[in-house]
Write a protein of this length. Structure first.
Length: 236
């Protein structure tokens, strides 16, 4: 996923980047609020991790500005030292999607990020969506290609939906396991590899069909739409 970190403490910023990159995410860092606001609407982030006490603009001011933008739908998670219940309730009521109090622990942070992005993706696609020759209908749990239904298991359907929702983004095996199977990602990442191979074949996600579903070594998977003439092949 593509994650914005708005944090002015260099040590905390370094730690967050380390954790997120280990999990296969891409990070863009901002140490003050104005610069983030200038770029926020153009970067297509999947989630924002936001400190409260920042130069120029506070986290509260940033939250208010973003939530007043009609097109803004990216989840915002506060990561702050402000630990009063009053502060937490106020930010959640003003539109924050989650609120974590420092010091934080890596497994909790990863789980919270996965949870808010799952909710965001579910809300965005509840009515179904079309992507070129494919149509995904969550209500009937049906995927069609050129209006022909594709027979999928429940987990395969969830995986297809997740990949289409995150076109062009690198998804770690841990994130895929958590999103599709909903359990501890350390259990068995080969489960992901097996299911990715199945949906690649069932949906014909091959370069000659205009798609590339790539395995990125030690990181995860990325689904891309390409020119049917573009050379290269998917692996994994």
């Amino acid at each position: 996923m593509h994650i914005a970190l708005v944090e002015d403490d260099p040590a905390m910023l370094e730690l967050l980047v380390l954790w997120l990159e280990e999990a296969g995410h891409d990070c863009v860092c901002y140490r003050e609020g104005q610069e983030f606001i200038r770029q926020a609407s153009h970067k297509n982030f999947d989630v924002v991790l936001l400190d409260w006490l920042l130069p120029n603009l506070s986290g509260e001011q940033i939250l208010s500005r973003l939530k007043h933008q009609a097109e803004w739908d990216t989840p915002i998670v506060f990561v702050t030292a402000r630990d009063s219940e009053e502060d937490m309730v106020r930010m959640l009521n003003q539109g924050a999607d989650d609120y974590l109090v420092k010091p934080i622990h890596q497994p909790v942070l990863m789980a919270r990020i996965n949870a808010v992005t799952r909710r965001s993706h579910k809300a965005a696609t509840e009515g179904g969506f079309t992507l070129n020759e494919f149509r995904v209908d969550p209500e009937s749990r049906l995927v069609t290609r050129h209006e022909e239904p594709i027979k999928l298991t429940d987990k395969e359907f969830k995986l297809v939906t997740l990949m289409f929702q995150n076109m062009g983004r690198l998804l770690s095996r841990d994130y895929i396991l958590s999103s599709v199977w909903g359990y501890d990602a350390s259990l068995n990442t080969r489960t992901v590899d097996t299911h990715v191979s199945r949906i690649r074949k069932k949906l014909e996600l091959f370069p000659e069909q205009g798609w590339r579903l790539s395995s990125i070594y030690h990181q995860g998977y990325r689904l891309e739409q390409i020119s049917a003439e573009e050379p290269g092949s998917a692996t994994g």
